[in-house]
Design a protein around this ligand. Structure first.
Ligand code: TNX
Length: 478
């Protein structure tokens, strides 16, 4: 059995540099205090709350505390240093965000912090998770609780898939039927995932995420995946005739109509609204699986729609199908398929577009772990923990190397999900694996080491009531 004593490097994602001092340990006890520079009081409050929850006693903020938080502008923005001696723990970040990631490292090691120095910074600036609220809705409180789980692994973007054939999950002023009808009872796969985010709910998620240094990336999927919109507004169909609600998991049958002005009035209204509601830099317009959109119409549609996020101050992201058309200069392409190569994505990269790597055979959290997994799909194959860990984003697609990569994302589609426990089961422990791929230097990663480190989260997830998968390839402590 694995030793339960923590080593300084027992952290996920594994830090860039770890220098232990073997004879020193700092133990957080009743009376340990926290001192911070005034600019980082928010991070100090977060840490004080988290330590109180973890240890059962208050860790007050005030002068003379043995845990010290501050900034060091010589570090990378998301970088941090953590220095542990027998008498003090000092965390410094390049920015408050970097400090926040240092605090996550501290929390993973607490309450008995092994002595030494960690110097750390991320490999990629975009480290994402995606949650599909369209096939099954999750409430604002459920999304917030999910964010709390994600930030422990230094995930800094949460992509919300807000619209699809089965449901429309974000209130849009002026288009009330989108959510009244397509966010109402009976929506979602099998009719089992009703609900929608009000403007207040969405603002609440955005603020909650921002307080944890997470950027929300909203997706409005188009021109395909729009049955819910067309069901609510028949003026968006080709002949203006109503279409029935759909709760099956078919894809590719619906499309906005490229040759109709109503389409663009709707799309621009929605994009402007979502841009106004979203402080983050990105707006995702989908663009995937448009199997019923003729290629010419797809081009016409996208050539009008791709510039719209930019018009409203956002940088456009689309699934890699958008790389078939000419892209705005700052557009981002999200690769999701399982092919060994993709010409269009490679050409976009060559032309200077950035790529988010999310190949389904490595990063899709909705794939089954093994043939017996009760939840999930298997069209991209089975994805056990090792498959989600043992790959490299810079080797995944010819022509899409390190410089082209903005980062990595782990999408969770919700066709088979019915509860938060289902989300957790598919997310953990694969999300920590992908978080390490996205954060840690390639040379620092090692499957055997990860396998050991992830085991230590079992008891923590048990204590927190997180319904993780006890993957057989991990020696979970009993
Ligand atoms: C493909 S990935 C889709 C989604 C499905 C998912 C299920 C992508 C851009 N589109 O519509 O939910 O597979 O794994």
């Amino acid at each position: 059995m694995r030793a339960l004593t923590k080593q300084l490097g027992d952290v996920i994602p594994v830090p860039a540099s770890v220098r232990p001092i073997t004879d020193a340990t700092f133990t957080i006890i009743r009376g340990t205090g926290l001192t911070c520079e005034p600019e980082v009081i928010g991070v100090a409050e977060f840490l004080s709350d988290a330590l109180e929850k973890a240890t059962g006693h208050p860790v007050p903020i005030g002068p003379g505390g043995a845990i010290r938080l501050g900034l060091d502008p010589s570090l990378a923005a998301e970088g941090y240093t953590l220095e542990i001696t027998a008498d003090a723990v000092t965390v410094r970040g390049g920015t408050p965000q970097g400090l926040f990631w240092g605090v996550q490292t501290l929390l993973q090691l607490a309450p008995d912090l092994p002595g030494g120095v960690i110097e750390d910074a991320p490999r990629y600036e975009y480290r994402g998770a995606m949650l599909d609220l369209a096939r099954h809705f999750f409430t604002a409180d459920e999304v917030k609780a999910h964010i709390d789980q994600l930030v422990q692994f230094k995930i800094n973007h949460l992509h919300l898939h807000l619209t699809d054939d089965q449901g429309w999950r974000l209130e849009i002023p002026g288009w009330p039927r989108l959510t009244e009808v397509s966010g109402g009872p009976g929506t979602g796969v099998d009719g089992a995932g009703p609900g929608f985010l009000t403007l207040d709910d969405y603002a609440g998620i955005v603020a909650y995420a921002a307080a944890r240094f997470v950027t929300i990336v909203p997706e409005i999927d188009m021109p395909g995946h729009v049955n819910a919109a067309q069901h609510a507004y028949p003026s968006l169909t080709a002949d203006g005739q109503p279409v029935p609600q759909r709760t099956d998991a078919e894809v590719g049958y619906s499309s906005l109509v490229a040759g109709k002005e109503e389409t663009y009035a709707f799309v621009e209204d929605v994009i402007r609204t979502v841009a106004d509601l979203t402080p983050g830099p990105y707006l995702h317009i989908g663009g995937d699986e448009c199997l019923s959109t003729p290629p010419g119409d797809y081009r016409t549609f996208l050539s009008r729609v791709l510039p719209l996020p930019g018009k409203y101050g956002k940088r456009v992201i689309g699934w890699h199908e958008i790389a078939a058309v000419e892209l705005p200069e700052n557009a981002i392409v999200q690769y999701w398929r399982i092919e060994a190569a993709d010409e269009n994505t490679a050409r976009a990269a060559l032309d200077g577009r950035r790529v988010i790597m999310a190949p389904a055979d490595r990063t899709y959290l909705d794939m089954k772990y093994d043939a017996d997994t009760r939840l999930g799909l298997d069209w991209a194959g089975l994805v056990d923990v090792r498959r989600s860990y043992d790959w490299d984003p810079a080797d995944r697609l010819p022509g899409v190397g390190e410089e082209a990569l903005l980062g990595v994302e782990a999408p969770l589609w919700s066709e088979t999900l019915r509860s938060v426990a289902d989300v957790q089961y598919l997310t953990f422990p694969r999300l920590p694996a992908i978080a390490e791929v996205a954060w840690s230097p390639r040379a620092a990663r090692d499957w055997e080491s990860f396998r050991g480190r992830v085991a230590a989260f079992g008891p923590r997830w048990d204590a927190a009531g997180v319904a993780y998968h006890r993957a057989p390839e991990i020696d979970w402590p009993r």
